[in-house]
Design a binder for this molecule. Structure first.
Ligand SMILES: Cc1cc2nc3c(=O)[nH]c(=O)nc-3n(C[C@H](O)[C@H](O)[C@H](O)COP(=O)(O)O)c2cc1C
Length: 391
């Protein structure tokens, strides 16, 4: 991966020395604009393709003016459901942008579509043994182990600041049991500054032999449904790529009440220590991220966006506009940028500008025409051949 600007980060993605700084932006504005079911002007040159009839509404004018004059004529807004309306479809991925505050001096964070904060658990976690990160060809392996101060400390330390931001903050939630997830979400419910929840279900379900929620449709649906009952906040659920077929899991999560899916979390991998006497990472296993996983993420977004009727937000190896366009083409309505932020924290905001410029160049009033262009046309009647040849 090409490093454009070197930024020193700690293993957990925080920038030493900046963690306590207050954000420079203080404008008070609700993060969530009410959802309008208004259908955009049919005369506008841009509409979501036919296949996106069930997708979130795109093409609404943003409730808030964009800060970028260059984007003023292109509508980049996206509605992820339940009132979570983003000014643009470029988000930053959980675990790669801290709590947002760490970057507010170097990035125009209010121009991001949304910030997914670090994974948050019920109790504080010290994380996994070191080493926790290592570079790999085209990416990195991390085993941070969800180091975080716990939900109460996150609320106490950041929520007031987030409430003053225009950019919505989505809290990434992790747990070891359904009760854990529900309790974290219950504490986040109603706290000003929390715009939504992203469930990280790539966590072992301790009460069920440590099997990850994300790899079993029943467990994934169970935790989603329990959280859904506990909150009216917009609920995004993050898919794991570490499964044979993600489609039944995605469907089960959608049926259980998720407002949107995010895909994908990291791929499970290991590295070997130089001595060749043991695995390199302190936790043995790590999550692979970065450009190396983009084809896998593309495949999963392609598959999932054809089987669910809720928005799909893509994540995995985004480093440039072409990656964003690829993910939109396979059905994503928004994209998160993760590992690439470590090399260049300004990339996500630049992608917002570049997406607007691309739409203008192609004469689009919104980015809706870019969505789903590489998907197969919606199936018509089932093939009679399928019936004929069934054994
Ligand atoms: C250092 C690091 C920490 C991460 N922490 C979390 C986390 O706490 N919760 C989560 O859902 N995903 C976490 N992720 C996964 C990312 O959000 C993202 O899904 C993944 O890295 C793929 O995107 P990328 O290739 O653009 O990095 C983390 C990734 C990295 C590299």
């Amino acid at each position: 991966m090409k490093a454009k600007r070197r930024v020193v980060t700690s293993a957990n993605g925080e920038r030493p020395g900046l963690a306590k700084r207050r954000p420079t932006v203080r404008r008070i504005k609700p993060a969530i604009a009410p959802v309008s079911r208004h259908v955009p002007d049919a005369a506008a040159p841009s509409r979501a393709p036919a296949s996106s009839g069930s997708r979130p509404s795109l093409g609404h004018a943003c409730a808030a003016p964009t800060t970028s004059a260059s984007n003023s004529t292109v509508d980049l807004s996206v509605d992820l459901g339940r009132g979570l309306r983003l000014e643009n479809p470029i988000l930053v991925a959980s675990g790669t942008f801290g709590y947002g505050t760490e970057y507010s001096d170097v990035v125009e964070i209010q121009r991001l579509g949304a910030i997914c904060c670090k994974g948050t658990t019920l109790r504080p976690r010290i994380g996994n043994p070191t080493p926790r990160v290592t570079e790999t060809p085209g990416g990195m392996l991390n085993s941070i182990g969800l180091q975080n101060p716990g939900v109460d400390a996150v609320i106490a330390k950041y929520a007031e600041t987030w409430a003053g931001w225009r950019v919505p903050v989505i809290v990434n939630v992790a747990g070891e049991s359904v009760a854990d997830y529900v309790e974290v979400v219950r504490r986040l419910e109603g706290v000003p500054g929390i715009a939504g929840i992203e469930l990280n279900i790539s966590c072992p379900n301790v009460g069920a032999g440590g099997i990850q929620f994300a790899i079993d449709a029943g467990a994934a649906a169970g935790v989603t449904a329990a959280v859904r009952r506990a909150t009216d906040l917009p609920l995004l659920v993050k898919l794991s790529p570490n499964v044979a077929d993600v489609r039944p899991i995605a469907r089960a999560i959608a049926d259980a009440g998720a407002d949107a899916l995010t895909a994908i979390n990291t791929l499970s991998g290991i590295a070997v220590a130089p001595s060749r006497q043991r695995p390199l990472l302190g936790n043995t296993y790590g999550g692979l991220s970065g450009p190396a996983i983009k084809p896998v993420a593309l495949r999963i977004v392609y598959e999932v966006s054809q089987v669910v009727d809720i928005p799909v937000v893509a994540i995995g190896g985004v480093t440039e506009l072409a990656d964003v366009l690829d993910f939109l083409a396979v059905g994503a309505v928004a994209v998160q940028v993760g590992t690439a932020i470590f090399a260049d924290p300004t990339l996500p905001v630049r992608l917002v500008e570049e997406l607007g410029a691309e739409c203008r160049r192609r004469g689009f009033a919104s980015y809706a025409p870019l969505i789903g262009t590489a998907l197969p046309k919606r199936a018509s009647a089932p093939s009679s051949k399928g019936v004929e040849y069934r054994p």
